[in-house]
Design a protein around this ligand. Structure first.
Ligand SMILES: Nc1ncnc2c1ncn2[C@@H]1O[C@H](COP(=O)(O)OP(=O)(O)OP(=O)(O)O)[C@@H](O)[C@H]1O
Length: 396
């Protein structure tokens, strides 16, 4: 007669569809009970509502347990409910339908000022009358709490959801506010996917005109998961003007294209230096190099933001320059960049869709909560964009 340990060992051979880890490694097996010599009950708690995933798991579990004489398996699968489609999305999946527009802020690499740009554009949009939120999805280096002056504040939990903070007229939630300070994250695949989805679904976001999402640098699991989970109205790219930085930006802009995300524009950050003593502007990393890149990708340069000590001080001190120094050159440029962005968002608001990038593995969806199946060609497009197994599940 098989023991619970035997059953567990067999279950550790069952790979979660679309991934490389087993259901035991993911922690999806919540309970095992032996009902008779050849019968057991297994409770699984999985992250996908797709029927194909459950069916594949049922089949694989019976197969492995049969080999140790357990022929009668009562499998109970707990999975998330498929969401109802309500918002402006034309088609596809949307796990935060109360939010009208999603703006993905990306950069090809770290340290170029992506979070600084997110904060200042979001506050500028709120100052221009929009209902705005910031989701800090930079799970590896969440800096938004410090920049928004909410570092160390305790998250208020209502029911089983977390309430965003409110700072400078903007609703804010960050992974940094949800984990212990200094905790570093070495996350891949399914964990990133789950974290991004929870930041959208389990935070009490109100009805918002725009949610700005500060992404981790690069083009990986987080970007793909976000694009699959909500219809992204547009992506913006933040870069510095050096040619080496522009090469990285191309990857980020290519990613937008592969994920069918309209490109809202490029922000050239650290573009020239404004001396706080004499107010003259001089080039350090170069200036104006993004224009050509913008033309290449058929988009616009939203603004050239100089290196200005007030921007760094505002970031470190939780006093964003656009709010605290509205008379500064940088604040004016953030305001203008935001006007351009808002025009783009308004023009593209009703066109956002993500049906074409929903995950599929020959009909077996590993991470969709919509259960939508995409065509073979869509799957191939996704494989190019994810660099993964081609399912779009986020694995590499
Ligand atoms: N235009 C600017 N002038 C002066 N300082 C700036 C400017 N832009 C950003 N900084 C400073 O540069 C540092 C890095 O900026 P930020 O954290 O926004 O970059 P990031 O691209 O989000 O980095 P990461 O993705 O690695 O978290 C911060 O100290 C910020 O205050």
């Amino acid at each position: 007669m098989a023991s619970i340990a035997d059953i567990k060992e067999e279950l550790s051979k069952v790979i979660y569809p679309g991934f490389q880890k087993s259901i035991i490694d993911f922690g999806f097996v919540k309970d095992i009970q032996i009902d008779a010599d050849d019968a057991c009950t297994i409770l699984l708690d999985i992250t996908s509502s797709a029927q194909e995933v459950s069916s594949k798991l049922e089949q694989d579990i019976s197969e492995v347990l049969n080999t140790i004489g357990v022929t009668n398996v009562n499998l109970k699968i707990s999975k998330p409910e498929a969401p109802k489609q309500q918002s402006n999305s034309v088609s596809g999946s949307n796990i935060a339908p109360q939010i009208k527009n999603f703006v993905m802020v990306s950069s090809g690499k770290g340290g170029v000022g992506k979070s600084t740009t997110t904060v200042n554009l979001a506050i500028a949009a709120a100052m221009q009358g929009k209902k705005v939120g910031i989701l800090d999805a930079d799970i590896y280096g969440p800096n938004i709490p410090r920049m928004m002056g909410i570092n160390g504040l305790e998250v208020e939990v209502v029911g089983n959801k977390a309430k965003p903070f409110n700072a400078y007229g903007v609703a804010v939630m960050s992974m940094g506010s949800l984990m212990e300070e200094g905790q570093s994250l070495i996350w891949r695949g399914a964990m990133i996917m789950k974290a991004i989805q929870q930041l959208l679904r389990d935070i009490l976001w109100e009805d918002l005109d725009i949610l700005f999402i500060d992404m981790p640098p690069g083009t990986g699991d987080a970007q793909l998961t976000l694009a699959q989970s909500v219809p992204v109205t547009c992506g913006i790219n933040v870069t510095t003007p050096q040619h080496v930085a522009l090469d990285d930006s191309r990857r980020s802009l290519d990613m937008f294209q592969k994920l069918h995300i309209p490109i809202g524009g490029i922000v050239e950050n650290m573009s020239g230096f404004i001396c706080p003593e004499c107010n003259t502007e001089s080039d350090i990393f170069g200036r104006g190099t993004c224009e050509e890149l913008a033309e290449q990708y058929n988009t616009q340069v939203l603004g050239l933001l100089p290196i200005e000590p007030a921007i760094r001080e505002g970031g470190d001190g939780g006093k964003p320059v656009v709010y605290f120094k509205p008379e500064s050159e940088s604040a004016k440029r953030y305001m203008q960049a935001t006007e351009k962005l808002l025009q783009f968002v308004d023009a593209n608001s009703d066109k956002a869709e993500n049906a074409s990038i929903q995950p599929t593995t020959n009909g077996v969806s590993a991470c969709s909560t919509s259960g939508a199946a995409a065509s073979q060609s869509q799957s191939q497009a996704q494989q190019q964009s994810s660099g993964g197994c081609g399912t779009g599940c986020g694995c590499h």
